[in-house]
Design a protein around this ligand. Structure first.
Ligand SMILES: [Zn+2]
Length: 419
């Protein structure tokens, strides 16, 4: 199947200028030609009418299986969680997100179902279970607090493969290898206190240097890398020393760690929209401890953005950390406008396209999509693209407005076309 897209302006995911009045040829699921396409040779012609072709959006921090507060998920069967997850994945694709990285959740089955056409959704790079130390950010046995003395029963949520607990070098090695065996593209660990958990203060350091090195080694032996949930500068210093390459949240930076992040090329995945909502107490958290923690994190994240600018850290990616119901996930695109306010349009656009593509390439042969590049419009890239009524470089609103999002294509297949 050959599809020609004609009369297009192209934002390629990288350049600050549009490539004007050009054409693209898509053969099956790959872009094979940009410019001078003779539409006569195509099976189908899409006339973009001078609108903008850009890469499909990418979200580097999602939790597709977490479609409800944890205490509610704990009561659901695996089937219920799976069906809800499929609906959430479909919503992501229909918002224009063609690839996402899931960073805690048993998503391999959903990923395979989508890839094989049994469900509709974005490409998924699964991390499988996030790995936490005992008494770490995702030691979710706390929902059974009465059992914590003596008993070591997993919570139902842990049994579904969203989280796992491992300690010591050998325990961490095994936990990482278990996730790789389950199809993880990259490994997610919890490397410090969290804002969404009641019992671990933000300033706690989680995992010793040696344990974190064990995680990095086991991942590297499989060609991939470790992403860490992390908030404080001290935790980031330890994780950087261990070789962790993706800092999730990375909220409370100082100059020293910002320099280290820049020098080592570590990726940073902040979430400005969700953080500001939480900091403004617009999302009910129930517990006052959580409000205090998230308020601190929410404010710090904007200060750290200044350090990202000061040290010209380019490896910054779009990540929403949306957790919850369909309604919460509908806010996914709002992050793009939040980023535009903090940085600018081109930075926001690179973060949601080519920067994520680069980050995901660190999975090397664990990357599930090996046929082409992701996050760019280029010859040899996957045909994952949007046609937008407007110039995104002049403001990202047109990218997130579903009426201006005229066409959504993933893997060469059109999922929406209102051109
Ligand atoms: Zn998260």
């Amino acid at each position: 199947m050959k599809i020609a897209i004609i009369n297009a302006n192209v934002f390629n995911g990288i350049d600050e200028q549009l490539q004007r009045n050009t054409s693209l040829l898509i053969e099956d699921n790959v872009i094979t030609q940009i410019g001078n396409v003779n539409p006569v040779n195509a099976d189908k012609i899409i006339n973009a009418h001078g609108q903008t072709v850009m890469p499909g959006l990418m979200d580097a921090h999602v939790h597709i299986t977490m479609s409800a507060p944890f205490h509610e998920l704990d009561k659901m069967t695996r089937e219920e969680i799976a069906i809800r997850s499929a609906k959430i994945a479909e919503g992501m694709l229909m918002r224009g997100f063609t690839t996402v990285r899931d960073v805690a959740g048993n998503t391999l089955g959903l990923k395979n179902s989508i890839d094989q056409g049994y469900a509709t959704g974005p490409r998924i790079l699964p991390s499988q279970a996030a790995i936490s130390q005992t008494c770490g950010h995702s030691d979710y046995r706390q929902s059974q607090a009465q059992q914590r003395i003596g008993a070591h029963e997993d919570s139902p949520l842990m049994k579904t493969g969203a989280f796992t607990v491992a300690d010591g070098r050998s325990g961490v090695l095994k936990a990482v290898r278990e996730q790789l065996f389950m199809g993880a593209s990259q490994i997610k660990i919890m490397a410090g206190g969290g804002a969404s958990s009641t019992f671990d203060p933000l300033d706690t350091l989680q995992y010793t240097l040696d344990e974190m090195k064990a995680a990095v080694e086991a991942a590297a032996d499989y060609g991939t890398y470790v992403a860490a949930h992390i908030h404080t500068a001290d935790a980031m210093r330890r994780a950087a020393e261990a070789g962790v390459m993706s800092f999730e949240h990375a909220t409370i930076m100082d100059d020293d760690i910002a320099k280290i992040i820049k020098d080592k090329g570590i990726y940073v995945i902040p979430s400005y929209f969700t953080s500001s909502l939480i900091a403004e107490r617009k999302i009910p958290l129930g517990d006052e401890v959580l409000y205090q923690k998230t308020e601190r994190v929410g404010k710090a994240m904007f200060k750290s953005a200044e350090l990202i600018k000061k040290y010209d850290i380019q490896n910054v990616c779009f990540g929403t950390d949306c957790v919850g119901t369909l309604d919460v996930h509908k806010t996914q695109s709002n992050e793009l406008q939040a980023i535009e306010k903090v940085f600018d349009s081109i930075t926001a656009l690179r973060m949601v396209t080519s920067n994520c593509g680069r980050l995901f390439e660190m999975s090397t042969y664990q990357h599930p999509y090996q046929q082409g590049k992701l996050g760019v419009i280029a010859e040899g890239a996957y045909a994952d693209l949007l046609i937008i009524d407007g110039n995104p470089l002049e403001g990202v609103e047109c990218v997130t407005n579903s009426e201006k999002q005229k066409l959504i294509m993933k893997d060469g297949v059109v999922y929406k076309n209102t051109l």
